[in-house]
Design a protein around this ligand. Structure first.
Ligand code: SF4
Length: 305
C-alpha cells in the first residue's frame, strides 16, 4: 500500500489486460463539482465521504485522457458523474465533455443523474444514445420521492421514456425481504430498455469507512452492510439463475434476470479500485490519491475544443 499523502501509483491497482496487452480499468469518471443537487438522498456518497468541492478545470480533461492513453490504459466505461447533479453544468460544458469522451472509444458511455437531465430536453439530446445511470431507493415513485426529497417524477417525462437505463437499487435493510419482488417491478416496467440492474451496497464513507457524519451514520444505521452481501446473493439466487460466479477482480456476481444482467457489487474489495476519476483538473482515485505517470511523458498543452 502506498502512503495516501504521496499520490497514487498506478501499480496499486489490480493488473487486468485485454488481448492487445492494454491495461484495463473499469470506469473513467468525469466528476463535476456543481455543489448543488435537487435531491436529498440520505445516503449521498459525496456528502457521506465529504468530498471537497472546487473548480472543475475542464480544460485539463484532454491532457489527462492523453496521459492515460500514452500509459496504455483503456477503460470499459466513460461516465459523466458529479459531486452533486452533473446536468446542472451548462450546455456548452456538457457538450465539450461529451465530445472529448467520445474521442476515447469507451465500450459504453453513461450519464449519472438524479433525474434532472430528463427535464432538460436540449441537454438530454446531447446524450440520447448514452446509458442513463439512475439510483433509486424504491421502485414506487412516491416512495422514492419521499425518501430522497424531490417533487417532480422524472419517470413521467418523454425523455425518460426513450432512455436506455442502467438502474442501481440501493440495498436498505428494511427493503430486503421484498427485494426479489422489487427487482421484478423494475424488469416488468423497464425491461426492454434496461442495460443492467445493479444491487448497491451503500458506502458508509468511501475514504474513512467510518460513520463520522449524519449521512455516513444513516448508511451505517439503515444500509445492508458488506458482511451481509452473501446473504443477499443467496436471496437473489433463489429467484434468478447465475450468469457469472463471483469474480474477484471485478468483485461482483451476475445473474440473468430475463435477459437483463443483474449485478451485485459484493464489496469484498476496496470500492472503486478499478475506477479513475477526473476531478478538479486531476486524475485521482476514490481516496483522493492522485495518479502519477512516467516523467518522460512530455505532453504539450491541450484545450477542450
Ligand atoms: S442524487 Fe446523487 S448527488 Fe444528489 S443527493 Fe442523491 S446521491 Fe447525492
Amino acid at each position: 500500500m502506498m502512503n495516501p499523502d504521496s499520490g497514487c501509483d498506478i501499480e496499486d491497482i489490480p493488473l487486468v489486460f485485454d488481448e492487445d496487452g492494454l491495461r484495463r480499468f473499469e470506469k473513467f469518471l468525469v466528476i463535476t463539482n456543481q455543489q448543488a443537487c435537487d435531491l436529498h438522498c440520505p445516503w449521498c456518497t459525496g456528502k457521506a465521504t465529504n468530498y471537497p468541492f472546487g473548480d472543475d478545470q475542464l480544460e485539463e480533461l484532454v491532457c489527462c485522457l492523453e496521459h492515460t492513453r500514452r500509459a496504455g490504459i483503456r477503460f470499459n466505461m466513460g461516465i459523466i458523474s458529479g459531486n452533486g447533479e452533473p446536468s446542472f453544468l451548462g450546455y456548452e460544458d456538457l457538450r465539450k465533455i461529451r465530445d472529448t469522451l467520445k474521442t476515447q472509444h469507451f465500450e459504453e458511455y453513461l450519464f449519472q443523474t438524479g433525474g434532472n437531465l430528463f427535464w432538460d430536453t436540449k441537454k438530454f439530446e446531447l446524450f440520447w444514445d448514452w446509458t442513463m445511470e439512475l439510483t433509486r431507493g424504491a421502485f414506487d415513485p412516491k416512495r422514492d420521492m419521499t425518501m430522497r426529497g424531490y417533487k417532480r417524477d422524472y419517470t413521467k417525462t418523454e425523455t425518460f421514456r426513450k432512455a436506455r437505463l442502467g438502474l442501481n437499487i440501493t440495498l436498505i435493510e428494511e427493503n430486503l425481504p421484498d427485494l426479489p419482488n422489487e427487482i421484478d417491478r423494475y424488469l416488468n416496467a423497464f425491461g426492454d430498455r434496461l442495460v443492467r440492474l445493479t444491487l448497491k451496497v451503500l458506502n458508509i464513507n468511501t475514504r474513512t469507512g467510518k460513520p463520522d457524519n449524519p449521512y455516513s451514520q444513516w448508511v451505517f444505521d439503515h444500509g445492508v452492510p458488506p458482511e451481509k452481501s452473501e446473504t443477499v446473493a443467496e436471496l437473489v439466487s433463489s429467484r434468478y439463475s447465475l450468469k457469472q460466479e463471483y469474480d474477484p477482480v471485478l468483485d461482483r456476481i451476475v445473474w440473468d434476470a430475463c435477459d437483463v444482467p443483474l449485478i451485485m457489487e459484493m464489496k469484498k474489495r476496496r470500492y472503486g479500485r478499478l475506477h479513475m476519476a477526473f476531478s478538479q483538473g486531476k486524475l485521482q482515485d476514490y481516496l483522493l490519491r492522485q495518479f502519477s505517470f512516467p516523467s518522460n511523458d512530455r505532453l504539450g498543452s491541450f484545450v477542450l475544443r
